[in-house]
Write a protein that binds this ligand. Sequence first.
Ligand SMILES: [Zn+2]
Length: 303
Amino acid sequence: MPASRSSTTSRRPAAPAATASPAECVLLYSAADPVRWRALLDRETEDGREVDPEWAAASRSLLDHMRRFCAPGRCRHRELSAYFGQEYEKESCAACDTCLGESDELEEGTETAQKILSCVARVEQRFGSGHVVDVLRGARTERILSLGHDRLSTHGLLAELPRPSVVGLVFQLIDQGILDRTTGEYPLLRLNARSWEVLRGEREVLLQPVKRRRRKVTRTAIEQESWEGVDRDLFERLRELRRKRAEERGVPAYVIFGDATLREMARSRPSTPDELLAVKGVGEKKLADHGEAFLAAIGDASP
Ligand SMILES: [Zn+2]
């Protein structure tokens, strides 16, 4: 299922310790997840088993919290704070995908939804998502040919999209309550009142493109600032040197120098002990212990 997941990233700077670096958080989410979880919960309660109604209600509520958190359009930081009972006062956190404007919508959400819903209508609401997706993608499986579904007007309407994307879109419609999926071993897709509103053009639908690979994300302001003018190659070489020296001494790397200090060295390229001493995180003791080695490495790398 990973192929059909959309991913969302948010970045927040780590706590302002001496070795602080920006942290990246990746949220893997597919609309199929809550749909499946809800179906499992429904089955628990429908099977006639003794299920604590409070437990079932609490589980549904938790699932809804998670869905709201994963849904597009809201600041992730605000949602997290609200969940823990805190009000988030800032207008923008300037770090999550929503606030950075990285989450996007399918341009033709309503039209795409109409294609999917028409296909469910054309197969007379008697098939599951797998078959509907195959018809939409214009597949010529034995089943499709024997049923004559290759002659339906909706056959191949979404042929340009990869299969995981179409599956993802179908599940977004189910998740939004625009399409129903029956419970049981072989769930079928069914139209509901909202489906017909969409088909009649009375309801707009927002759909998210299903991404298979994570896009490169925009850097946060804080990260851009801290990497501004830094020679990345030199930074990597200094890190390597730090690793070696830490290993030789049997100490953790940050004891030698922190990342922020290495970054500053790779930005300002000090060439004398005095210049090195001016870098934040370098004191007399560290200058004596490591100054020569680091100055040599910076000198070697000079253009
Ligand atoms: Zn935000």
